[in-house]
Design a protein around this ligand. Structure first.
Ligand code: SF4
Length: 363
């Protein structure tokens, strides 16, 4: 059945003039999410190409610098002290050890190094050690990201002074579903820390998790919250919940239908066209075909390495082999440097001087 001209015109109007919108409504987002898949992917692709090289994927590496024993009760997390998941609590890693891991990640092709600590928030006495990690990793020429839980204003200042590039603080799910997944913190707590980070001049990395028993409406609402922040997060990780025995979410989780996931990635790309959209946890269970569809829908970042904090991840070789099959490549520098927002509406051009794709062996 052919799409009436008027209806197609309405769809293409989503390409807009290039202005970033922060006034999206749930109804608009739901209508975009429900578009016929070819239209949805086409619009997401046009916007992706306006701001990024669609053949490049950012590769980030994630290290747990302090694992387990967390006082928060996030129902999806293996590191909460409230759940019996078998994860052993550790102390904050030594700075040298962290820098060595970052060096290894850089040699493996990662351009961003993310460090996660299982805390409700950092203690002031830990800040010196964390800042030394940030300074050490920055000195390797990598982008830095940390996720430490809730922050105070002076802590944000210290992280900024240490040269931190990104702060990760996920909003996890919708406001309505939030009480189902955590009781020791609220959506407002999350938004408060995000506002402090933004005000402190640090780039924001914030996304969520799907597959925890939430509805499609919740998933869309989560993206709408991010897309209506005063400024979109520069990075939007979308996680698919991993089965973790011993967590409360294990009882309520439901598998995420793959095409519904692709639609969500496309929606994130359309609502926040200039943000890096990252396929995060759960990627190890995705087929090559699903990942390829996600890249077509606008995903342009992955975590590389065998583990993500405490859960599995495809190995580096598998990732680079997939990118090679797709004629894509790992970005050799932060993908935001490639942003080309002066291209005509809807027909973004990727930079012509892009280097050739590295071979699997070269990684
Ligand atoms: S705050 Fe982070 S580490 Fe702690 S339970 Fe929640 S998700 Fe896990």
């Amino acid at each position: 059945m052919s799409v009436p001209r008027q209806a197609m015109g309405d769809r293409l109007s989503l390409l807009g003039t290039g202005d970033l919108r922060t006034d999206w409504t749930q109804e608009e987002a739901a209508a975009i999410h429900a578009l016929p898949l070819p239209d949805l992917i086409f619009i997401a692709q046009c916007l992706h190409r306006r701001y990024f090289d669609p053949t490049e994927v950012e590769t980030a590496s994630l290290l747990s610098v302090k694992t387990g024993g967390c006082p928060e009760d996030c129902g999806y997390c293996s590191q909460s002290a409230h759940h019996k998941t078998g994860v052993k609590a550790t102390k904050l890693m030594a700075v040298d050890q962290v820098i060595e891991e970052a060096r290894r990640a850089k040699a493996g092709g990662a351009t961003r190094f993310c460090m996660g600590a299982a805390w409700r928030g950092p203690k002031d006495r830990d800040m010196g050690q964390v800042c030394a990690m940030i300074e050490g990793v920055s000195a390797l020429g990598m982008e830095t990201c940390v996720t430490l839980g809730m922050l105070t204003e002076p802590q944000v200042e210290r992280l900024g002074e240490a040269g931190l590039d990104y702060y990760n603080h996920n909003i996890d799910t919708s406001r309505a579903y939030y009480p189902e997944i955590a009781t020791t913190r609220s959506m407002d707590d999350r938004l408060e820390t995000l506002a402090l980070v933004r005000a402190g001049g640090i780039k924001v990395c914030s996304g969520g998790i799907v597959g925890m028993g939430e509805t499609m409406e919740d998933r869309i609402a989560m993206l709408v919250i991010l897309a209506t922040l005063e400024q979109h997060p520069e990075s939007v990780p979308i996680n698919v919940w991993n089965e973790i025995k011993g967590t409360p979410v294990m009882e309520k989780s439901r598998p995420v239908e793959p095409i519904a996931f692709v639609r969500l990635v496309a929606l994130a790309r359309i609502l926040m066209p200039k943000s890096v959209v990252r396929l995060s946890a759960g990627r190890h269970a995705m087929s090559d075909e699903l990942q390829a569809l996600c890249f077509l829908a606008g995903a342009n970042s992955i975590f590389t390495g065998d583990v993500l904090l405490t859960t599995g991840n495809p190995g580096r070789g598998k990732d680079f082999s997939l990118l090679e099959k797709l004629g894509m490549r790992a970005a050799l520098r932060p993908v935001h440097e490639d942003v080309c927002d002066d291209s005509p509406a809807g027909v973004g051009l990727r930079p012509q001087s892009a280097p050739p794709a590295p071979t699997v062996e070269a990684q």
